[in-house]
Design a protein around this ligand. Structure first.
Ligand code: NAD
Ligand code: ZN
Length: 336
């Protein structure tokens, strides 16, 4: 069950104080929202991607044992995607699996990672290598958390919202009307966007929970090039910002195959959102990074999702040379 409300502090405090609950959060969230954990059993991890590790999972499980947790316990993750992925995975493996509740506190986690049941941690510098599909029993989305979110993290979530707007008619119409409000992170615009993103992700995940039919792959729109840019730019920006750049470069790369009006709308929106931002990179290096990403590349070709139109996506493959040339042309076309 997913509930979305402006402020669910009481529900969260009650969930955390339940005798079966074991909370996991990170140092930043704990600093900001410490009182929520009063009377709860909890573990505080370090903040950020570097803590999405098996060590963190082991630490959570050890602390759960020490706190007397058993098979009837319920893990409650209170944090961004890192906390959700790590604590969700701990819940999937603690005593062969216990229930968990997700309380996403970043915009990215509320619109994306909080829904869908993917849990896991990184290994040896590679993302999400160890993990499990383990759906939370409930997701409590309290929009109030977004008030303390730093600008970088807001932009991160905005990247995923814009991606979803190129896949979902409802969100697309909303962006058409409310992009300025969304870009200023007005609470009512955020609430609408969170609701639409969650509904869309639930629909896609419902069609392909374990990623077996390929349907879930459309959520990778913008991500092949986005991840490559993230690699060559050494993660200087937030993930969602690279997704925004990835969406623009991928739209250009696939433009011969997509509806011209849809292409125009996508590129216009992206140029508005990216106005005043700059990403300097070497096209050859970025194309090579896309090929080196084992998740998206095979037999010397790189796979990219093309959004031909709302409700019509197609997986396409390109050579590294095609990607490099297209990136160079895209930079020229848009003066990037
Ligand atoms: N499971 C999935 O389906 C899925 C989907 C997309 C992304 N992810 C994963 O999500 C992770 C990224 O998530 P993220 O962007 O939320 O990162 P994050 O969890 O690292 O949070 C970003 C930063 O915001 C801080 N923070 C969290 N809530 C806050 C709040 N309310 N106010 C102020 N600061 C707050 C955190 O401490 C952290 O420093 C990645 O590891 C990614 O792989 C998972
Ligand atoms: Zn993403």
């Amino acid at each position: 069950m997913i509930t979305i409300e402006p402020d669910q502090s009481d529900v969260i405090a009650e969930t955390l104080a339940s005798p079966n609950a074991f909370a996991v959060t990170d140092a930043n969230v704990y600093t900001l929202y410490g009182p929520l954990f009063k009377g709860a059993k909890y573990y505080v991890t370090g903040a950020g991607e570097n803590y999405k590790t098996l060590d963190a999972v082991e630490a959570v499980c050890k602390k759960m044992l020490e706190s007397g947790c058993g098979r009837a316990s319920r893990v409650v993750a209170v944090g961004g995607g890192v906390v959700g992925d790590t604590a969700g995975f701990a819940a999937a493996v603690f005593m062969r699996g216990v229930e968990w509740v997700n309380v996403p506190t970043t915009l990215l986690a509320q619109v994306d990672s909080g829904v869908g049941g993917k849990t896991g941690v990184n290994l040896g510098g590679y993302k999400n290598i160890i993990g499990a599909f383990h759906n939370p029993q409930s997701v409590i989305v309290s929009l109030n958390f977004l008030k303390t979110l730093p600008g970088r993290e807001r932009l991160c979530g905005l990247g995923e919202i814009i991606k979803t707007a190129f896949l979902d008619g409802g969100l697309n119409a909303f962006i058409d009307a409310e992009l300025s409000a969304l870009m200023s992170f007005e609470p009512s615009a955020l609430e609408k966007a969170v609701r639409l993103c969650i509904a869309f992700k639930q629909k896609i995940v419902g069609e392909d929970f374990r990623e077996t039919t390929g349907r879930r792959k459309i959520l990778n729109l913008g991500h092949t090039v986005g991840h490559a840019l993230e690699t060559v730019d050494c993660h200087r920006l937030s993930h969602g910002e690279y997704v925004l750049w990835g969406l623009l470069y991928e739209a250009f790369l696939t433009k011969d195959y997509i509806n011209p009006l849809h292409y125009l709308k996508m590129t216009t929106t992206l140029r508005r959102v990216l106005k005043g931002k700059k990403l300097v990179f070497d096209a050859r290096e970025a194309a090579a990074a896309a090929l080196a990403d084992k998740k998206n590349a095979a037999d010397g070709r790189v796979s990219v999702i093309a959004s031909r139109d709302i409700d019509s996506q197609k997986e396409m493959t390109f050579t590294v040379r095609e990607i490099e040339e297209s990136m160079t042309l895209c930079k020229k076309e848009f003066g990037l």
